[in-house]
Design a protein around this ligand. Structure first.
Ligand code: FRU
Length: 526
């Protein structure tokens, strides 16, 4: 195998230049990617490390790829940060800024960035067959990395102990590092603590709970103030699951509760079935699964985790925009797979507990000088749509399209956005709201190329209540994806699509009565 690391490095991925290449979502230039890893903000840059096959565009040779951004929309790819070798693959994990130099890898003035990753040991290793947690560190602000010679730093002699997310916990007794990781096949999140990132003590575990019909992977744990109230802090525990998510295959669920520095206690309101999991029907879309809390109700948002050290204590997550059901077969080349948009998460009070709300980061978190600006295509005032259809501005190649709508369904039974539609109506991705069932539905069965895998053609749905009779949608369409943020981000639905029609059209229609469109704005972002 020639060394990719020795070869000339990829330049910035040419956004929007090849068919399906998104404009504002990260893709590697010509290789495979899966989970976001080591998300960290440092010295004005957002770093995105990611599961990467440096040698090809299917899963394998897992290493940490690397990209940076100032605005979370446009990324520059850098050389592989942490490479696999003959003894280990580098599986998912996180990065912290070791401000206090607790590890001794840096200095108090120039803190090291420390990566905590899973060593997936190969046959050539003395640890063969196990997964354990290891360290690598950077003393040049994240650009180059060295593995710690004392690896692994934490083992359980388990074949499925992985995906460490580490954060600084400040408790009454002082501060320490806390790790959340998984025993994937036992549907358990495990919690450890450390003073120096090198020596770890077991604290507790959590699970199984709620959706548990697949492996638990890529957990995260962080506090947020409910509705911004610093006197009401709740903890969010993210647990990704594959398969067994609400839309089928991979997806992310979360729990709301309390973390006391040792143990996570879920609020009763965040448990779908207190007795646990066996009682949950693992069939995609089942009523029981719909009672769990989902980060995303679509097919293509997995392994979401949050940035550490983000500015202004904001909590920003990124997911992998794909699904293990068909991930290796997506019809793109030479790259394969992309990340979701960065999403800022907040908590709002609900049902005696709290619920996450998510907003895509489209400009406001820009750490650079130049703010990306959207170009308006349409901005309509209130009008009625009665059993009729309205043509919306076309997508512009090389740009993402942002559609904002506020709709009062009135007497209409349903209304549909038809995205990337062909003029003869045979092709299109249909996003509908059904007023009778109060469901938002995304149907990609006729979205274009769906035949590359038998599980790709699908219809997703999420329960959505109108608020004061109104449905609010923010839809971001970017060449091969549709991300829908509903009711200010209380419900999110993300699906990939691979449209084939030459001159795609966008339409909005109301059926079975009259709907009032209170707001309809369409813009493009490059
Ligand atoms: C999730 C996952 C992780 C693992 C990584 C390997 O997609 O399976 O659990 O660390 O991918 O690439």
């Amino acid at each position: 195998m020639s060394s990719y690391l020795d070869a000339a490095r990829p330049e910035t991925a040419p956004a929007g230049t090849s068919r399906f290449r998104p404009a504002i979502h990260f893709t590697a230039r010509d290789t495979w990617l899966n989970d976001p890893n080591g998300l960290v903000f440092y010295d004005g840059l957002y770093h995105l490390f990611f599961q990467n096959n440096p040698y090809g565009n299917v899963w394998g040779n897992m290493s940490w790829g690397h990209a940076t951004s100032r605005d979370l929309l446009h990324w520059t790819e850098h050389p592989v940060a942490i490479a696999c070798d003959e003894t280990e693959d580098i599986f998912s994990g996180s990065v912290v800024v070791d401000h206090g130099n607790t590890s001794g890898f840096g200095t108090a003035d120039a803190p090291a960035l420390v990566a905590i990753y899973t060593s997936a040991y190969k046959a050539a290793s003395e640890h063969s067959g196990t997964q354990a947690q290891s360290l690598a560190y950077s003393t040049d602000a994240g650009m180059t990395w060295r593995k710690y010679e004392g690896n692994p730093v934490l083992t359980r002699n388990s074949a499925n102990f992985r995906d460490p997310k580490v954060f600084r916990y400040q408790g009454d007794q002082g501060a320490c590092w806390v790790m959340v990781a998984v025993e994937a096949q036992h549907q358990k999140v495990v919690f450890y603590r450390s003073e120096d990132l090198k020596s770890w003590d077991f604290l507790s575990d959590f699970g199984p709970a709620n959706a548990d019909a697949g492996e638990w992977e890529c957990p995260d744990l962080f506090p947020l103030a409910v509705d911004g109230d610093p006197g009401n802090i709740k903890w969010v525990l993210i647990v990704n699951i594959n398969p067994g998510a609400v839309a089928g295959g991979s997806g992310g669920q979360y729990f709301i509760g309390h973390f006391d520095g040792a143990r996570f206690l879920p609020d009763a309101g965040s448990l779908a079935a207190p007795a646990g999991l066996a009682s949950l029907d693992p069939k995609a879309g089942s009523a029981a699964l719909q009672q769990c809390l989902w980060l995303d109700w679509g097919r293509d948002c997995y392994a979401s985790v949050s940035f550490s050290n983000a500015p202004d204590d904001r909590r920003i997550i990124i997911g992998w925009m794909n699904n293990w059901d068909y991930a290796n077969e997506l019809p793109t080349a030479p790259w394969r797979s992309s990340m979701t948009l960065a999403r800022e998460v907040r908590l709002t009070a609900a049902n005696g507990s709290a619920r996450l709300i998510q907003q895509p980061v489209l400009a406001d978190l820009c750490a650079g000088e130049e703010l990306p600006t959207a170009k308006d295509q349409m901005n309509a005032d209130t009008f009625e749509l009665r059993n009729s259809a309205l043509r919306l501005p076309d997508a512009v190649p090389g740009s993402a399209q942002i559609i904002e709508a506020e709709i009062l369904p009135g007497s209409a039974e349903r209304f549909d956005f038809r995205l990337f539609g062909s003029s003869d109506g045979s092709e299109g991705t249909i996003l509908s709201y059904n007023t009778t069932s109060a469901q938002l539905i995304l149907d990609r069965r006729q979205s274009g190329n769906t035949c590359f895998h038998g599980k790709f053609a699908s219809v997703e749905s999420a329960p959505v209540d109108l608020e004061n009779g109104v449905l609010k949608l923010l839809i971001v369409v970017d060449h091969c994806s549709v991300e829908v943020f509903v009711q200010g981000g209380k419900v999110v639905l993300t699906d990939l699509i691979f449209p084939e029609t030459e001159n795609p059209e966008n339409w909005l229609s109301a059926e079975g009565g009259s709907a009032t469109i209170l707001k309809l704005a369409v813009s493009t972002l490059t």
